[in-house]
Design a protein around this ligand. Structure first.
Ligand SMILES: [Zn+2]
Length: 143
């Protein structure tokens, strides 16, 4: 039996970046792209990546733009990169004022290793080269 025309057309091909965009972690704001989270109007819990329903009380969450400055919690260096990434690079957790912790690439411009508690700023740049290239969040510091 042959496959129909609908099977695996290029428009149906899934890429990791496309999936991330479908979750709307980025959107166009007044000052350019924004990192998107969500907040529960009932209990004020915030989430990243954004959730449709609050995990605590199942209230419908509202979309929020997350802060562009955070505090580095911890980072580790990746020395063997997966396809589309160039080693070495840092990955880590950044705490944002909305009380969410995001797992992102870290571009450390300081001496030595990234330091716990350092202030870091958001960049939205290519995080993975393609095809297709994927734009995503990178936090850079120290600020
Ligand atoms: Zn809630």
């Amino acid at each position: 039996m042959t496959q129909g025309k609908d099977a695996a057309t290029p428009s149906e091909t899934r890429f990791p970046g496309q999936h991330a965009l479908e979750q709307q972690i980025l959107r166009a704001g007044e000052g350019g792209l924004e990192l998107v989270g969500s907040r529960c109007p009932q209990c004020e819990a915030a989430y990243y990546p954004p959730r449709r329903l609050c995990a605590k009380d199942l209230t419908e969450c509202e979309s929020i733009a997350l802060s562009t400055r955070g505090t580095l919690y911890e980072a580790t260096q990746i020395r063997i990169a997966p396809v589309g990434f160039e080693a070495p690079f840092w990955l880590g957790y950044v705490d944002l004022p909305e009380n969410v912790r995001v797992f992102v690439q870290i571009r450390w411009n300081g001496d030595g290793e990234p330091r716990h508690g350092a202030a870091v700023d958001l960049l939205l740049e290519t995080v993975r080269t393609g095809p297709p290239d994927v734009v995503g969040p990178i936090f850079t510091g120290p600020v």
